[in-house]
Design a protein around this ligand. Structure first.
Ligand code: FE
Length: 378
């Protein structure tokens, strides 16, 4: 796996790029997200780090010092998605950013191997399950930030302050409207009902997104009921499991199956390419616990030489200015409340989100993996 280091070289320019132009740049980046780096790797756990919090009283948020050192980010986010935003930060503050992009697993292995010699200041990745693993391995340090506390709801942050959510994604039900009507759909658990026999498509259980979804079900339904549901899903499968959400959605469109589960932004990207894509979105569990939502997010690296610089950048990414753009670039939802969503996202309608604290996905990850294995979910 080759690492791709990119250094932004903009100097301390206070020039302001018109927001519309910037939005277009992000929009274009969002269209070209075919080669994602967001796949997870299965990782071992170890003892959590115990360093003291980096404190920031919040007053410095709008007064980032142009003399700050470079911030080095290890990121599993698509480079085209994140780079325009980081360039914007450099323009505003003069802070230089080194962006190193790879998949989450190799980035965490690299942080482990580098230890105190790591150049990394921030880990930027997807899924609370991954961020939780990084914290468990002692790769992140706790931060205390009134800015993050005010911008990011507590349920999307680590209670110990080792990571924070920066965007939201919903994992929900998709269906073929030529064969299924919305009133036949209700919950993730209902997809285990024999009425869906031979009609369900799923992504592999090896993906952290499904591990987090199953962890949330274990929390809500208990172990016994969740295992029953997983067995029902496996019984109902129309095809082998898929390696990614996009091919699963395309299988619904191609008539291979009638219902499936995917992250909302993959559907958004497909609609961008094919506005008449013949699949519809359904918000799962509206009458019960709410639709499963997960985060993309970041944490300050335990052995960072510039933890203050990393924290300031994280705070900026949670700001009003960054939030709408950051989230909409990947068809995601802002993590901060009261930020305008894109027209596409609004067209999918309001929905009730699961209120669970996303750190549960990490806590129950090992059990979720074991349960899916036991139930024959490949
Ligand atoms: Fe993804």
């Amino acid at each position: 796996m080759s690492l791709n280091a990119i250094s932004t070289t903009l100097t301390a320019s206070k020039l302001t790029l018109p927001v519309a132009v910037f939005g277009m740049m992000l929009g274009l980046a969002g269209c070209s997200n075919s080669s994602t780096t967001e796949d997870s790797a299965e990782v071992e756990t170890s003892a959590a780090g115990t360093e003291q919090p980096v404190a920031n009283d919040g007053a410095a948020n709008n007064n980032v010092n142009a003399d700050d050192q470079t911030v080095t980010i290890y990121s599993s986010r698509n480079e085209q998605l994140i780079k325009p935003l980081l360039d914007r930060y450099t323009e505003q503050t003069g802070v230089k950013i080194d962006l190193v992009t790879d998949k989450t697993g190799p980035l965490m292995a690299r942080l482990q191997a580098e230890g105190q010699n790591t150049p990394a200041d921030m880990l930027l990745t997807v899924d609370a399950g991954n961020l939780w693993q990084a914290a468990e391995q002692g790769l992140l340090q706790p931060v205390a930030s009134t800015v993050l506390e005010s911008n990011v709801p507590a349920k999307y942050r680590d209670p110990k302050g080792q990571w924070t959510g920066l965007s939201l994604r919903a994992r929900t039900i998709f269906y073929d409207p030529s064969k299924v009507s919305a009133d036949q759909l209700s919950t993730y658990a209902d997809l285990a009902d024999p009425k869906w026999k031979g009609k369900l498509c799923l992504r592999t259980s090896k993906k952290v997104y499904n591990q987090s979804l199953v962890a949330s079900m274990m929390e809500h339904l208990g172990e016994e009921k969740t295992e029953e549901v997983i067995r029902g899903w496996v019984d109902n499968l129309a095809t082998d499991v898929f390696s990614d959400d996009t091919s699963m959605l395309e299988a619904i469109a191609a008539g291979q199956c009638e219902v499936g589960v995917a992250n909302s932004y993959y559907y958004g990207r497909l609609l961008d390419e094919k506005p008449n894509f013949p699949v519809k979105i359904f918000w799962a569990n509206q009458g019960t616990t709410g639709t499963h939502v997960n985060i993309s997010g970041a944490g300050v690296v335990a052995d960072s030489d510039n933890p203050d610089g990393a924290l300031k950048l994280m705070e900026w990414l949670s700001s009003d200015e960054a939030q709408g753009l950051y989230a909409s670039a990947d068809k995601e939802f802002p993590v901060k409340e009261g930020i305008d969503e894109s027209e596409l996202l609004r067209s999918w309608g309001e929905f009730k989100k699961d209120d669970i604290n996303v750190q549960k996905f990490g806590e129950l990850q090992t059990q979720a993996i074991q349960m899916m294995d036991k139930a024959g979910y490949k």
